[in-house]
Design a protein around this ligand. Structure first.
Ligand code: AMP
Length: 267
């Protein structure tokens, strides 16, 4: 058992190492059964464990397995060496176009994989993303950190910021909710705040989401603005599909083979 990595609503996360060689490093999440039962999220957690255990993608945090005793459930999770993306965003204020583009490409790839398995994430936001050893993004949460400790959104205006119009209007929703959230994420990476944030309260955010009322700051490039606008569409079917997100000029431009010092044509 190693150092604590963090604290969530239902328990703590520790860095651990297996006793037997090759001494594998993991993150062990300990959830208290009593707290899960009190909050009435048993079924949700059971389903989420089942989903996450079957997912294999470089940008989705692996759940290797779980075990339990009378009081707790222990989740054996992939260790995300560079921690929470949210903390880095707060520290930096906002991310560069290159870094944002690389993260959105990785998110699009992971969401494409999820949607292919008929899994809708529904809760994409910086707080649910972790960073791996090579700086790669990992979707780290399939529900339980919805109940994680307070952050600026739960204290200021709930978790409305990433909800699409169809969800704030209580209409049926599809996988296109994740496309909307990808647009919100892209906006937040580049500007440092989500597009519909209203410090005056949830009702005002709700109104702005339903009206798709946002403006992209001037420092954001025309290509990134184009992608954000194509994702933040009121009509779910009008949102740019993931295949097209992955081929968008602003994404292609920063792909390793198209940029950086190791470009063969420049060598
Ligand atoms: P959670 O209960 O999922 O919100 O986790 C609480 C905190 O533990 C997170 O905010 C992270 O800082 C940390 N954490 C959770 N899972 C991992 C992981 N797999 N690798 C590294 N840190 C983690």
């Amino acid at each position: 058992m190693g150092r604590p990595l963090g604290k969530g609503k239902f328990g703590r996360v520790y860095m651990v190492r297996t006793k037997a060689p090759p001494n594998f490093i993991l993150a062990l999440k300990c959830l208290y059964k009593s707290e899960i039962i009190e909050s009435g999220v048993e079924k949700q957690i059971r389903r989420e464990i089942e989903i996450q255990q079957n997912l294999r993608h470089p940008n989705i945090l692996r759940l290797y397995g779980y075990f339990h005793d009378s009081k707790r459930i222990f989740l054996m999770l992939e260790f995300a060496a560079k921690g929470e993306l949210y903390k880095q965003l707060v520290k930096k204020g906002r991310f560069s176009e290159r870094r944002s583009s690389r993260y959105i490409a990785q998110m699009a790839d992971a969401l494409h994989y999820l949607h292919g398995k008929h899994v809708i994430h529904r809760d994409i936001k910086p707080e649910n993303l972790l960073i791996g050893i090579a700086g790669e993004l990992k979707i780290g949460d399939f529900g339980w950190s919805v109940h994680a400790p307070s952050n600026r959104r739960t204290t200021l205006c709930g978790t409305l910021d990433y909800l699409p119009p169809e969800m704030v209007e209580h209409k049926p929703h599809t996988a296109a909710v994740d496309l909307w959230a990808l647009g919100v994420l892209c906006y937040e990476f580049l500007s440092g705040a989500p597009p519909f944030e209203e410090l005056s309260g949830a009702r005002a955010t709700h109104r702005r989401i339903a009206r798709v009322d946002f403006t992209v700051p001037e420092h954001v490039s025309a290509e990134a603005t184009d992608l954000i606008k194509k994702l933040l569409q009121y009509t779910p079917t009008a949102r740019l599909p993931l295949e097209k997100v992955m081929k968008h000029p602003w994404i292609v431009k920063y792909e390793e083979r198209n940029s950086g010092p190791t470009r063969p044509s420049e060598a």
